[in-house]
Ligand binder design. Structure first.
Ligand SMILES: *[C@@H]1O[C@H](CO)[C@@H](O)[C@H](O)[C@H]1NC(C)=O
Ligand SMILES: *[C@@H]1O[C@H](CO)[C@@H](O)[C@H](O)[C@H]1NC(C)=O
Length: 203
């Protein structure tokens, strides 16, 4: 069962019918690639999923739960990862009144581009985003890029502008600070019951 999907919907003019193209990895329609900022890492990505899982699967990361690997792998959360994919749209399907890109779960701070054109930005892991892509969608191959910013650095930037206590989790958690600045799963910056893994990705 897919509990988080990425859907491209086109309402066919006058008919009230909808055409949906799933961009989930399991749909078989697309292959996602995830890259870090300087391009030293480029591995298959999964949607729904996240960067820690993708890097673990690709052998870039060791087991996060072994010894102090949660801290040793923390560099991941300070890098900025881009998820990208390409998908085909049939020219006859472009004769529609609307074409929306629906992102059901974006973790968290990102910039979304279709065919090199900006279509939207996100900063909340808990809401669904619907972006109008009618002007940018084309027949043939389309390229979608979701460029994430490090959530840890984004939270620190916001805190510098408008501080809100508490700043950090207790030191013994070996976590990250300013989780309360973002609408993102707070435990991902560490909690008493679990290590920090402040991820990025389409969950
Ligand atoms: C590229 O990024 C990786 C991961 O953040 C880092 O380990 C590496 O040193 C960087 N390489 C360069 C040339 O900056
Ligand atoms: C991620 O982006 C931030 C903001 O642009 C930058 O300060 C930081 O150095 C980037 N991280 C890496 C590993 O390139």
């Amino acid at each position: 069962m897919l509990w988080a999907v990425l859907v491209l919907a086109a309402c066919l003019a006058g008919h009230g019918s909808m055409l949906e193209l799933s961009l989930d990895s399991d749909s078989g329609n697309v292959q996602w690639v995830v890259e870090n900022q300087n391009g030293s890492i480029s591995v298959p990505g999964r949607v729904p999923g996240g960067v820690y899982s993708d890097l673990r699967r690709a052998g870039v990361l060791p087991d996060l739960l072994w010894q102090d690997n949660d801290v040793a792998t923390r560099w991941v959360s300070y890098d900025n990862f881009t998820y990208s994919t390409s998908f085909q749209v049939r020219a006859e399907h472009l004769v529609t009144r609307a074409a929306n890109l629906v992102l059901l779960g974006v973790d968290t701070v990102s910039f979304v581009e279709l065919n090199g054109r900006p279509v939207g930005a996100t900063n909340n892991m808990f809401v669904r985003y619907v972006f109008d892509v009618k002007p940018y969608l084309k027949g043939g191959l389309n390229t979608l890029r979701v460029s994430f910013a490090s959530a840890v650095l984004a939270a620190a930037r916001r805190s510098a502008r408008h501080y809100a206590a508490p700043a950090c989790v207790p030191g013994v958690y070996r976590g990250e600070c300013h989780a309360n600045q973002l609408r993102k799963m707070q435990a991902s910056f560490a909690w008493d019951w679990g290590p920090a893994a402040p991820g990025q990705g389409l969950w």
